[in-house]
Design a protein around this ligand. Structure first.
Ligand code: MG
Length: 397
């Protein structure tokens, strides 16, 4: 661990605010006052910047030289495995033949200029991004910093995995190479340092497993839920449900701006010959149910009622060509008349009501179970959800 960062400015979060080492109380960060470094003229000896904005809800500035260095943890012997059977492989591991970059393009749509061999792809000639949009996902990324170490700090082995093309999980050779805490490998760059430094030496392969929940926005473009990620670095937990402040920036902060939850993954060319292999992802399960009912419906005394359901798109891509059918078994004697049961494309997070008129044989019949089937398209694939909903339960004693 580096000892060249002396904590002369601020120490730890107190219950009522921030306690400075001198005993003064710093502004409480919860007011979202990001300020500038000018209000903290003291400097630390470590690498970083003293002229950057203060991070929201944080005692630290962007790339703060006073921010504690991540403790070093030896990750143990490497253990790499093949991709799971249902993973989408973005860069192979060479076991199925030469590495190709068919899943990638340059930002202008041209072919990647990276070098490929039978076992890796190497950064060259510009950053690359996936040709397809990817939503919330488990990403596995294996990378290797050059064994010839050039420079120090943010230089050796710098690259990065940009989730949704906006949010960088830093890639850097931090083996015996300190830098500002929020610029370490596995940092959410400029925001959140890794919990520990689980570096392997340059020239050795390392792995990230990133569990990414994309941010969501309302139809008006406001932030509905921020991006959240968890990262294992060489099998060691280094980000635990970390909430992102917004897109990552060098020496700056940025607010979220609306984008589709599904967007390309990009890998950075930072002028270093970082190698990649065995890069794949598996989409995460949808975060919530597609159809929800109000439990209190169809408990009335009358025999004919309107049953309403709310259809919400929990996916990271549009739901299209959808229809919901509601049926009752013939022996129940319940009749179902559709009102509004088809829907037009639903953007991620948006909702629509569907409804039916439901008639039972008499005011005493029940309880009954109705069958629901929702079918729709997501990313070109047909999806179907089947379940049953109870109606007219027996009155409570
Ligand atoms: Mg980088």
């Amino acid at each position: 661990m580096s000892d060249n960062c002396k904590f002369t400015r601020r120490s730890v979060l107190g219950a009522a605010g921030l306690t400075i080492a001198s005993g003064l109380t710093a502004p409480v960060a919860a007011d979202h006052d990001v300020g500038t470094g000018d209000q903290y003229p003291e400097t630390c000896d470590g690498p970083g910047y003293n002229d950057t904005p203060r991070l929201p809800d944080s005692p630290w500035q962007v790339h703060d030289p006073c921010r504690p260095q991540p403790p070093i943890v030896d990750p143990g012997e490497p253990a790499f495995s093949e991709s799971p059977a249902d993973a989408t492989v973005l860069i192979g591991d060479g076991s199925d033949g030469d590495i190709t970059l068919d899943a990638w393009e340059q930002p202008d749509g041209s072919e990647p200029a990276w070098d490929t061999t039978d076992s890796y792809a190497e950064v060259n000639g510009g950053s690359i991004q996936t040709t397809s949009d990817i939503g919330s996902a488990h990403y596995h990324v294996e990378w290797r910093a050059p064994s010839d170490v050039e420079g120090s700090g943010q230089h050796p082995g710098n690259s990065g995995a940009f989730l949704a093309n906006r949010y960088e999980v830093q890639i850097l050779n931090n083996y015996e190479n300190p830098t500002y805490a929020d610029g370490y490998a596995a940092a959410v760059y400029g925001q959140h340092p890794p919990l520990v430094n689980a570096s392997r030496p340059p020239g050795e392969w390392q792995s990230y497993d990133i569990f990414w929940h994309a941010p969501r926005f309302t139809d008006d473009g406001d932030l509905d839920s921020p991006g959240v990620l968890t990262v294992y670095w060489n099998g060691v937990l280094v980000q635990s449900q970390t909430v992102l402040n917004g897109p990552t920036r060098h020496r700056d902060i940025a607010d979220y701006s609306q984008h589709s939850p599904a967007a390309p993954l990009s890998l950075q060319d930072h002028g270093q010959a970082v190698r990649y292999r065995n890069v794949w992802y598996r989409s995460l399960p949808v975060p919530s149910s597609v159809i929800t009912f109000d439990d209190d419906q169809l408990t009335a005394e009358n025999t004919t009622s309107t049953l309403e359901a709310s259809l919400t798109n929990p996916y990271d891509s549009a739901m299209t060509h959808g229809e919901v059918t509601l049926t009752a078994s013939s022996e129940s004697g319940v009749e179902v008349t559709p009102h509004e049961t088809s829907f037009h494309p639903l953007t991620p997070g948006s909702s629509q009501s569907v409804s039916w008129e439901v008639t039972r044989p008499n005011a005493e019949s029940g309880p009954h179970l109705l069958s629901i089937s929702a079918s729709y398209m997501v990313e070109g694939e047909q999806q179907t959800i089947d379940f049953r909903v109870p109606i007219y339960p027996e009155p409570s004693p």
